[in-house]
Design a protein around this ligand. Sequence first.
Ligand SMILES: [Zn+2]
Length: 424
Amino acid sequence: MPVNGKLWNSRLISKRIGAALPAALAGLLAAAPLACPTRAPEPRARPADTVRSRPQDSGVDDRRAMGAAPDVTAPPDVAAAASSGAYSRAALPVLDIHTHVDPTATRTVLALFDARGIHTAVNLSAGFEGAGLEEALAQQRESRGRILPFCTLPWRATAHPQFVSESVRILERCRALGVRGLKIPKVLGLGARDLDGSRLRVDAPRLDPIFAAAERLGMMVLIHTGDPKAFFQPANPQNERWEELQAHPSWSFHGPEWPSFDEILGEFERRVLRHRRLVFIGAHFGNAAEEPDRVARLLERAPRYHIDTSARVPEFGRHASARMRTFFTRWQDRIVFGTDLGLGEDMGEWMLGSHGNERTTQRDVDRYFSATFRYYEGDDAECENPTPIQGRWNIHPISLPRDVLAKVYGGNAARLLGIAWPPP
Ligand SMILES: [Zn+2]
């Protein structure tokens, strides 16, 4: 998810992490630059030329009978969102490896998951010990193991000489508490500072002990590097993600102070290739949904490398159906389903892969799930994309066979996490 995603999430997480930094790093943080530089917000203007690509289609919604009944204890808006029931046509259980969920909103989140066929999810915003992890572990228990935490590290303190050694210690504690994975956000490469104040590169050798520790501890590393290509191009009306960039000016990485898309992707690829026995998951279609051939080359070279699909159906869905069906078939054991949902108690604040300035509505939630499942399962020539703010274009469903769907929707991630699948 974006570094400065929905407010409930970023405020909650940064407050907790700031308050609970290890003593060795806390002093430094007061003087440290923000992890990811932000720019002054622009007026909350909405582009006038946002023509919907197509009216909501009921192709998948009509299978609502397959959806579970909404939890009657859920807040009314969630119960309503649940009852409209966009659901996987294949009725296969889903394991969502890429979510950000408020640990205080477990009941609300589970009601949504029940309604949409998501059995298990990984919460990538679980922080670390003293900085949110305890709450995330409580959520894991409360959800009976349906919401699993991946920890993170104090990325705002990377310029501190003890950042790496402290991070190794944090990882060891996380693993001892049962955490199976580490999430690395895009701030590494886009904002984090090295000892001398320069940009800390994703493949900086100084960070090697962190990855070595993850490997030694049997943890996987889910890593988000860079962002959509368009964010590295000039932010103007010609930019194909202009609508999204207007809503979030700080997501623009165009200019001499930023690395190029290719440069940062190269750093990421070298990082993955340096740790051959570590299970990496490249977030957002391997951080390169625009270039499936490049993603495939890394999958070929790094046998334990996987990719998640989160927040990029609108991007990789633009490629021709036949090309992407071939890709998913070829890499059916190495692709894991993800959404990048950001979920709290208030549905209006939910993030569905991306978001604008308006409150999220039930219609947005319906469209998001309908279009997502329709992409994987449908055989239409095209359909609307799940997250229109990412671009007002249609996508091309790929009609995957059931056995491939079963792996991508849950089987692969369950194998990595060591949990029984399909769930009992
Ligand atoms: Zn995310």
